[in-house]
Design a binder for this molecule. Sequence first.
Ligand code: ADP
Ligand code: ADP
Length: 239
Amino acid sequence: APILEVKNLRKHFQLKDNRTLKAVDGLNFSINRGETFGLVGESGCGKSTAGRTIIRLYEASEGQVIFNGKDVGKLKGDDRLKFNREMQMVFQDPYASLNPRMTVGKIIAEGIDIHKLYTGKKRTDRVHQLLHAVGLNEEHAGRFPHEFSGGQRQRIGIARALAIEPQFIIADEPISALDVSVQAQVVNLFKNLQREHGLTYLFIAHDLAMIKHISDRIGVMYLGKLVEVAAASTLNAKP
Ligand code: ADP
Ligand code: ADP
């Protein structure tokens, strides 16, 4: 069975002038365990909204998200907490999602604490290990988000997501904000995690060229709908 099934998913926004914006307008697709699925489409077609609705940052207007066989809209208590751990999102603008008053070490450790994974030296070691995994180091743990570049902040966001050992990661523009020299490093990290821990990815990008070579399949979105799903190798980037 697929790890994720998205069925007739809709997310409509009520605008101030009483119009309804159908940002996600009936999505249907599934992702297999260990697969990398790229969701592409021009700016404003609903990709980020789809990602946020899948992970339940937004409540769906209609439809279902089935994760590991369970309807995530109906999860309660421990199941809900487990889902919060198993699915993680890495944001396009991590600055908006990194608490400016928390040190990077604290930001990365927060999930470890919430889910009671490690304490004491093990917790510190784990934070340092994660910093190294994304090309930073332990000296960075005591600093604050504004002291880092955009690419570094994105890597902090990745370390935070990995800290709680998720099964599934949704990454919005996972590499486009990174320096070219770091892109390969982050791609390798994602691929290693997939090989060693069976992670599954939903990568969101406006640019097909950017994620074509790291995705197994690509879904093309247009005006809130999927207009094509195909093996990445069969799609060609627009000239
Ligand atoms: P993409 O990620 O493909 O660039 P988005 O999902 O960010 O697209 O946006 C899809 C549409 O939904 C856009 O028209 C955007 O303006 C609108 N939108 C996104 N978030 C909100 C929101 N919170 N409230 C109202 N409209 C939104
Ligand atoms: P390393 O080779 O240094 O262990 P990897 O690239 O394999 O690094 O992994 C990066 C980090 O993610 C490591 O700290 C690894 O322990 C951690 N990690 C371990 N299990 C998982 C998991 N299930 N999901 C995500 N990250 C994990």
